[in-house]
Design a binder for this molecule. Structure first.
Ligand code: ZN
Ligand code: ZN
Length: 574
């Protein structure tokens, strides 16, 4: 089989396989494949943005698996302008609007600048997710003059570039007639992005559309109008609208500006020989940066637009309180507090990027863990290999790091979280109860990283009303007014309560008490009367133990409370 091709025709095929095929085709068999991602560290990088990084990561991993030379190049668009002051930031930061993100101070004072503050947590999350990329800073690239030839080339051919941009502007206006509300909104968004140009309405309209914009030498903002450009001397003259400076900059030796986004992006595709890059839906509207970039990259920069996938929105649901500084928008770090790293990878790899989905922080987390564990058992059997198990394998390991951390002993998340809920106790305490629930192990470490995530989920995402609060003192009033049956149930339960307790004994006892009361054996099949009594008995226990009608599974609850507390709360006053 040719180098770069799929390894086996019998293997299941998913979107990663197809995207990797496209990337190899773009690069040409046997050549280095460059997959790319890019992000502007202007604010918290939320779970939706993770698709930008993780999509090329999976493609790169597939290519490494095939033995194809590949690099994942990630661009930090940190030379972008600071656009607006988010909530929670001192209003005086408005002074920095228009400056590069790397020139804006960190209001929280924990990093070198604004951009580093938002890069750092994402870099931590990506490390935990096993995503390795070659990171480049656009501030460094531009200010080192790396793009000098590309900038001079684009500026010298500015009329051709403007012709392409103008054609798409016209198309957008004429598309208005029978466009849907969403399309109109998309268009408005893309126009706003393209013409994110404070000087675009300046007096010299043609010059204002200049493909390169310097940051003002005096005040550092990009609020400049280009007033003249001399092709012979490559000298650009500008006036700053903020500080009124009139100055010149020589594009042959000064490095104080950047190409406008719609020219910048295709320039970098060519500069880095990008073969594959995902793009969010917002880049894919008519006249958008991708559409325009596709034309500009071939006409100006002699490269072809990379193969791509368009990725859809990732939302979130079921959040209680969020620890993030994202103003309620969860980041990868937030998700990793409750999900094992392979599971978070799995959420992104199991669906095609065009499918939108929600990361659900609520009760769905418990079902998600069950689903993941079941898939893991299926994936262990090569006979059952299919697209679903392929996604499991892609999620579980990386070519350089091997298996990502998972617990040595897989205990259902629902068990860990309900024990964490009931005990509100330490990991060691939880570990002992889990042990008597039929999961023997030597140390807490065998339950990690899942145990910590279950504890965090319980505290951070289970609503207070659904948390279990064990009574501190017995409900004396209720205990004094027990019916004859109720009194008998409690007496049998306490008489037979094992000490030390094990889950199967406690389970048999809890279900058996109403049977024994009716003269049946503990092991006998339940009659209709037994079933009705069990229901009443369980409700009584929940009421007396946790002051509610329901709660975590009773055997787990009793185990977690221990015989002493159970006796104290269930014994009627003498
Ligand atoms: Zn900081
Ligand atoms: Zn200025």
């Amino acid at each position: 089989m040719a180098r770069g091709g799929r390894q086996s025709q019998g293997e299941p095929v998913d979107w990663v396989t197809r995207a990797a095929d496209d990337a190899v085709r773009h690069a040409g068999e046997g050549n280095l494949v460059t997959v790319a991602s890019g992000a502007s560290p202007s604010g918290p990088i939320h779970l939706g943005n993770v698709r930008e990084f993780i999509t090329p990561h999976f493609v790169a991993e597939e290519l490494r698996r095939r033995g194809v030379p590949v690099r994942h190049l990630h661009s930090w668009d940190d030379f972008d302008r600071f656009r607006k002051v988010p909530a929670g930031v001192p209003p005086e930061w408005a002074d920095h609007i228009g400056r590069p993100l790397t020139a804006v101070p960190d209001p929280w004072q924990c990093h070198d600048n604004w951009s580093e503050h938002f890069k750092a947590p994402l870099q931590d999350a990506l490390r935990e997710l096993g995503v390795e990329m070659e990171e480049i800073s656009q501030t460094e690239m531009y200010t080192s003059g790396a793009y000098r030839d590309q900038v001079l080339g684009a500026v010298s051919r500015r009329e051709e570039i403007e012709a392409v941009l103008a054609r798409h502007r016209t198309r957008k206006v004429s598309a208005g007639e029978d466009a849907s509300a969403q399309e109109v909104a998309d268009l408005a968004e893309s126009v706003a992005n393209e013409d994110d140009d404070p000087a675009a309405t300046g007096s010299a309209e043609a010059i204002a559309r200049f493909p390169y914009r310097p940051y003002c030498r005096e005040c550092g903002r990009d609020t400049v109008i280009t007033t003249a450009y001399d092709d012979a001397t490559t000298t650009l003259s500008y006036t700053c609208l903020s500080c009124r400076l009139e100055a010149t900059t020589d594009l042959s030796c000064d490095n104080d500006g950047k190409l406008v986004w719609k020219v910048d992006w295709p320039m970098r595709w060519a500069y880095e020989s990008v073969n594959f890059e995902p793009a969010g839906r917002d880049h894919m509207t008519p006249g958008s940066s991708y559409t325009v970039g596709t034309e500009i990259v071939s006409s100006i920069f002699d490269w072809r637009a990379p193969a791509r996938v368009i990725y859809a929105f990732v939302g979130f649901a079921g959040m209680q309180k969020m620890s993030s500084s994202a103003g309620g928008v969860p980041t990868a770090i937030d998700a990793l507090r409750i999900l094992e790293a392979p599971m978070l990878r799995w959420l992104y790899v199991r669906r095609t990027p065009t499918q939108a989905f929600d990361v659900d922080f609520g009760p769905a987390v418990v079902r998600l863990y069950d689903e993941w564990d079941a898939l893991g058992r299926k994936a262990a059997d090569p006979e059952k290999s299919d697209v679903a198990t392929l996604a499991w394998h892609r999620a579980s390991a990386t070519t350089s790091g091997g298996l990502l951390p998972t617990p040595a002993l897989v205990v259902p998340f629902r068990t860990l979280s309900s024990v964490a809920d009931v005990t509100a106790g330490s990991a060691e305490h939880i570990s002992r109860i889990v042990e008597s629930s039929g999961f023997p192990h030597d140390s807490v470490a065998e339950l990690e990283p899942r145990l910590t995530k279950a504890m965090q989920w319980t505290v951070e995402h289970v609503p207070a009303a659904e948390r279990t609060t064990v009574r501190e003192t017995p409900d004396a009033e209720r205990l004094a007014s027990l019916t004859e049956d109720e009194e008998l149930w409690l007496r049998i339960l306490l008489d037979r309560l094992p000490d030390p307790m094990a889950l199967d004994e406690v389970t048999a006892l809890v279900y058996g008490v109403p049977k024994v009361t009716l003269g049946l054996g503990v092991e006998d099949a339940p009659t209709d009367q037994v079933k009705a009594d069990q229901k009443d008995f369980f409700r009584l226990l929940y009421h007396l133990l946790v002051a509610k009608d329901r709660g975590p599974r009773l055997p787990t609850l009793i185990l977690a409370l221990g015989p002493e507390t159970v006796r104290r709360l269930l014994t009627p006053p003498a």
